[in-house]
Unconditional design. Structure first.
Length: 167
């Protein structure tokens, strides 16, 4: 199973749509972690039983995933708080330790999510995640077919190649 992790808290998220398309393209079983905005704010004192159900779900789905794919917008040149909060919940439990991951930022304009991507990579490094490929994409670089698939082009080729690097 591939776990799709969108950094966007928006219901109409370009990143979530992009992730769904990548998941479809992989031909593998996918699961979307679409509840990250429902995780409580991480506080060290709350990281103990009884854990909130969303925290247990997040950790369980990550543990079950063969690999994960992140795609996130930039918020104020950084990763959105919901994604950072979700990662903070893993600091002591370690589900991303050695987990193979693809990491994308998918943003509409300059500076192409570079800083958000770098910030996400730092957090993933702290969690010992095995990032096998990463890229910062402009939303204009990717077009979709009517079915929601990624249309043929350079971005699709790059994504196919990146998917091929996952175990
Ligand atoms: C609070 C906020 C801050 C943002 N900051 C940035 C930014 O620093 N750089 C950027 O390229 N886009 C920024 N954006 C624009 C988002 O990247 C853009 O709306 C993106 O499409 C959101 O992705 P989503 O549709 O997956 O939610 C910001 C949007 C919001 C709501």
């Amino acid at each position: 199973m591939l776990l799709l992790i969108s950094g966007s808290p928006s219901a109409e998220s370009a990143n979530s749509r992009f992730l769904r398309a990548i998941g479809q393209m992989s031909g593998r079983t996918i699961c979307a972690a679409d509840y990250l905005a429902d995780l409580p704010v991480f506080q060290p004192g709350r990281d103990k039983a009884p854990w909130p159900p969303t925290v247990l779900r997040w950790r369980k789905e990550l543990a079950a995933a063969e690999a994960v794919i992140f795609s996130t917008p930039a918020y104020l040149h950084n990763l959105p708080g919901v994604l950072k909060n979700a990662l903070d919940w893993l600091a002591s439990s370690g589900e991303l330790d050695q987990k193979p991951a693809l990491v994308f930022t998918f943003t509409p304009s300059s500076p192409r999510g570079e800083r958000a991507r770098q910030s996400l990579l730092w957090s993933l490094e702290a969690l010992n995640t095995r990032v096998v490929a990463e890229a910062a994409l402009y939303q204009n670089d990717v077009s979709f077919t009517e079915n929601g698939d990624i249309a043929a082009g350079d971005s699709r080729e790059m994504l196919v190649e990146a998917l091929g690097l996952l175990p």
